[in-house]
Structures are given as structure tokens and as C-alpha cells.
Design a protein around this ligand. Sequence first.
Ligand SMILES: *[C@@H]1O[C@H](CO)[C@@H](O)[C@H](O)[C@H]1NC(C)=O
Ligand SMILES: *[C@@H]1O[C@H](CO)[C@@H](O)[C@H](O)[C@H]1NC(C)=O
Length: 167
Amino acid sequence: MHSFGHRANAVATFAVTILAAMCFAASFSDNFNTPTPTASVKILNINWFQKEANGNDEVSMTLNISADLSSLFTWNTKQVFVFVAAEYETSQNALNQVSLWDGIIPAKEHAKFLIHTTNKYRFIDQGSNLKGKEFNLTMHWHIMPKTGKMFADKIVMTGYRLPEQYR
Ligand SMILES: *[C@@H]1O[C@H](CO)[C@@H](O)[C@H](O)[C@H]1NC(C)=O
Ligand SMILES: *[C@@H]1O[C@H](CO)[C@@H](O)[C@H](O)[C@H]1NC(C)=O
């Protein structure tokens, strides 16, 4: 005959085992989720473009950022950190990356969004390299899981170019 104490212990052990299995399944099943996120960023306006007194180029732009990142969310997703960066090459650096906007998506219901904004962070070059500069806009995301490892990826949008003249 099982005593009450034995039984409570067995139930507790069983519960811990189930919890461990669920954590494992949660992070494991994430590996099989093949998300299909979409993103598009349009430059609606170059508000101004100038060389500062210290010689660095700076540009202000209005962006139309739209994305549907809902497929990144599984039941193991706590939140998603997202940022949009301008990426370009200069003779000094193969990759210059300037973050222009970021946000935290707390839930799947907020993962489809359309944002009309000026760049939240300043777009400044370390020098005077931006005239007529070709650049990419990338949308990066970091998926913060409830359990398991963090996962990051991006969408690259190509073919942007800054004006030939300051304005
Ligand atoms: C912003 O982008 C969305 C999606 O591409 C589009 O439907 C909308 O018309 C755009 N808004 C402006 C002001 O261009
Ligand atoms: C833009 O992205 C494409 C594709 O990833 C890459 O080949 C190209 O070098 C990038 N251009 C710039 C200016 O970074």
C-alpha cells in the first residue's frame, strides 16, 4: 500500500518530469518552425542632408516601415526585438551599420505593423562618405524565447541611394 507521503512525492516527481519535457519540447519544436516573415521599408522623404561642422555627414529621413513578423511567434516566444539598420561600404570599412529605428514586439497580435516615422536614431557617417552612397536597409530581429536559446535573423532590402547633393 502506498502511503500519502509516497503518493505526493510521486506526483511531484511526475510534475517535474513533465515540466522538463515541456521545456525541452518547446525549445526543440522551435527548430522545426520555419517562419516566413516579410518586411518592406520605403524612404518617403529625405528631410535634410548635410555635412556637420566636425566633417561628418548626417541625413534625416522619413521611413515607411511595414512588416509581418507574426510567423516568428510560437508558444515559446516571450518577445521579439526588432531594428532597422542602414548598411553601406566605405573605403575604411567593409560594413558600416547604423541603427535607424528599433522596437520590442511583446506579442503576436502586434507583430504585423506599419510605422511612418523619421529615423529614431541619428544617421551619421564617420566621415564624409554619404553623397550618392548606395546602401541597404536591413530589418534584424532577435527572438527571445521563454526557454532555450535566443535566435536572430534579418531581411536585407537592397537598392537604396542617398542624394548626390546636400540639401
Ligand atoms: C507604406 O507602406 C505600406 C505597405 O507597403 C503601403 O500600403 C502604404 O501605402 C505606404 N504608405 C505611404 C505613405 O507610402
Ligand atoms: C546589399 O546587400 C547585398 C545582398 O546581401 C550585398 O551583396 C551588397 O553588398 C549590399 N550592399 C551594400 C552597399 O552593403
